[in-house]
Design a protein around this ligand. Structure first.
Ligand SMILES: [Zn+2]
Length: 632
């Protein structure tokens, strides 16, 4: 995921085009084809009987269990967004019946769980049908939740918000049948089911509504990892590196399909180049333009939904390119290469991992690399963006007190961005850069972070296994043939500063920055003498001096302070030099001693040696092409 503030395929299936290809009905007989009970698919039927009322209708059909209770639940969160969400508030009218239509008792056992008593079932077990409505009113065009707009003929489903799961059985295969209002289109990365030849029959006019579209998924995780976009939208397709891509745009038709496809083609090629081949046969980009709600992107294994405020136009906007590159790289990093806990998922509670800095921050570093390697942004842009990130981190006091591990584990308390002021996107991207530089330096250009990604893919992704936290250091160390334990611990498990010049010098770059005194206060002119302190930044020089909100600062080293003179008085002092503050606190004048603090600004990455130039240094950021087998 990435939030705006920090910064599929398949074809559009038209109902008219598919009427001849799908059966109007699916019988449970198709579920009986498998004698092995664990492989019996759970069938979801989705319909839109009341778009004007923002209601989706879902039926879940299963074989009747052998007595006892069966539980269905709605997730407490949606993978990719590490926050508790309250989807249960929009699940309505949950009821259940057996194969003969007899109602079964449903108990709403806890807010997200519904228990169905099947003990009254007599005779031969047949099937159980659980059904409910979903109030689909997520802000804007839908994002983490579902949205239906009958007037605009639009609908969007993020699966976690609409599909209950059978508790304890999320790994069973599932099927989905979607029946849409006439004239509505559907785009989703779900795999369409091939209709058995024997079931193909024309839907004669006047025989009722349109036939359902049928899909299958490996399990519940895969089902809800595939968004569904309904109704009226524009779309195009292209092919790159052997995979098919669909770009769906909702909310604005202001885009040049050919140009946007060209830009997307460059992004996907640069992303795929890291791994050598795509991790999917089809991938869908969903762009939601304008409207309310979360702005940014949410990753899925073979799709992404991205909400932007601006139309796609010709695809040249920086935000469009970097957010798209970020989400696309997630198809590997966090989806295929996933830390323990992020698949299979426990949807009932927060899942904590110390590796979100790698999953999100390093992905954001790759977003920069991808748009640079794709030729969409130049070296000046890349170096400035990296330097700006360094400046932002260095001016954030939380970097000293919050570790990347903690920021990752406590994402649930930190709005899915970090914890206590430290963003794992920001510091994680820089630690990614740091280890990229280190690997390139110690291997004399042979290996880079690309090789770590490939190694993780060989060991874990390609085997559909989650990686343990220890794998990141193990793979970095094995490729570099260097003991990186201390550096890794410093950067990931402590708040130690990143030594940029040591990391940059071997590759011909250095960091230039300016320093100035900085107290870290918000203030305004007092009614009488001095300035009134409104707020103190945590960990700042002002805090070290003992300055408090509500104090009136009268003088610095004896020089009278006014609102206009404050900046000049401070600028006249060397950074981190001793200072004495004269303060009026609750009617008494007191003296505080401390230092003038420091603020870094004007960060630039520049050549460090006369024999180096930026052009040479930029080869740093190009892909490494180690094709030989990597042996850990
Ligand atoms: Zn992300």
């Amino acid at each position: 995921m990435i939030h705006h503030q920090y910064r599929a395929l398949h074809s559009v299936i038209t109902l008219a085009g598919l009427l001849l290809l799908v059966p109007a009905e699916i019988s449970l007989a198709s579920q009986n084809q498998v004698g092995d009970p664990p492989q019996t698919p759970l069938l979801y039927r989705l319909s839109i009987p009341a778009a004007a009322l923002h209601r989706l209708h879902v039926q879940i059909i299963d074989e009747m269990p052998q007595g006892g209770t069966v539980e269905f639940a709605i997730p407490a969160w949606s993978p990719g967004y590490y926050q508790i969400l309250h989807y249960e508030a929009d699940i309505e009218h949950v009821r259940a019946k057996d194969g003969s239509g007899r109602l079964l008792a449903v108990t709403h056992a806890s807010p997200r769980v519904w228990s169905i008593d099947t003990s009254a079932q007599t005779g031969a077990p047949t099937r159980i049908v659980v059904e409910y409505d979903v109030y689909a009113h997520d802000a804007g065009l839908g994002f983490f939740g579902s949205n239906l707009d009958g007037t605009a003929k639009l609908g969007y489903i993020n699966g976690a918000s609409a599909f209950l799961y059978e508790v304890g059985k999320t790994q069973r295969p599932v099927r989905l049948e979607a029946t849409l209002p006439a004239g509505w289109n559907l785009a989703t990365p779900l795999t369409p089911m091939a209709a058995p030849a024997a079931t193909i029959r024309p839907a004669a006019a006047g025989q009722g509504g349109p036939a359902p579209l049928r899909f299958e998924a490996e399990n519940y995780d895969a089902l809800i990892d595939c968004p569904l976009q309904f109704g009226q939208f524009t779309s195009t397709e292209f092919v790159s590196d052997g995979a098919t891509f669909q770009c769906v745009c909702v909310g604005s038709a202001d885009w040049d399909k050919a140009r946007v496809s060209t830009v997307l083609g460059k992004i996907v090629h640069a992303g795929i180049q890291v791994f050598g081949k795509p991790a999917f046969a089809r991938y869908v980009f969903f762009f939601h333009i304008g409207g309310k709600g979360f702005e940014g992107g949410l990753e899925h294994r073979n799709s992404t939904v991205i909400h932007l405020s601006e139309a796609l136009k010709d695809g040249k906007s920086e935000e469009f390119q970097t957010v798209t590159a970020h989400e696309f790289f997630h198809a590997w990093n966090v989806k295929r290469l996933r830390p323990t806990g992020l698949g299979p998922f426990d949807y009932s509670q927060p899942v904590r991992t110390a590796s979100l800095w790698w999953a999100e921050g390093v992905t954001d570093y790759y977003a920069d690399l991808i748009v640079y390697r794709a030729g969409l942004r130049d070296k000046t842009w890349l170096l400035k963006d990296l330097a700006d990130r360094m400046e932002e981190l260095d001016n954030n006091p939380s970097r000293l007190r919050v570790t990347l591990e903690d920021a990752s584990r406590k994402a649930w308390e930190g709005e899915s961005e970090g914890f206590d002021g430290l963003s794992y996107y920001l510091k994680g991207s820089l630690v990614g850069l740091y280890f990229d530089l280190r690997l390139r330096a110690v291997s004399e250009g042979k290996y880079s972070l690309d090789d770590v990604m490939r190694l993780l893919d060989t060991e874990f992704g390609s085997k559909n296994r989650a990686y343990p936290e220890s794998a990141l250091l193990t793979d970095l160390a094995s490729l570099s043939q260097t003991d990186l334990h201390t550096e890794y611990a410093d950067l990931v498990s402590t708040g130690k500063e990143i030594d940029w010049n040591a990391a940059l010098e071997p590759v011909g770059l250095s960091l230039h920055r300016e320093m100035s005194s900085y107290l870290g206060v918000q203030l305004h002119q007092a009614k009488g003498e001095g300035v009134l302190i409104d707020a103190i930044e945590t960990g700042s020089a002002a805090a070290r001096c003992g300055l408090q909100a509500g104090d009136t600062l009268l003088a610095i080293d004896g020089d009278t302070v006014t609102f206009d003179a404050f900046k000049t008085l401070l600028a006249d002092r060397l950074p981190r030099s001793p200072i004495q503050l004269t303060v009026l606190r609750r009617g008494s004048q007191i003296k505080l001693l401390g230092d003038s603090g420091v603020r870094y600004s004007h960060y630039q990455l520049i050549p460090s040696r006369q024999d180096a130039d930026v052009a040479t240094a930029m080869t740093l950021f190009l892909p490494t092409t180690a094709k030989s087998p990597i042996v850990p």
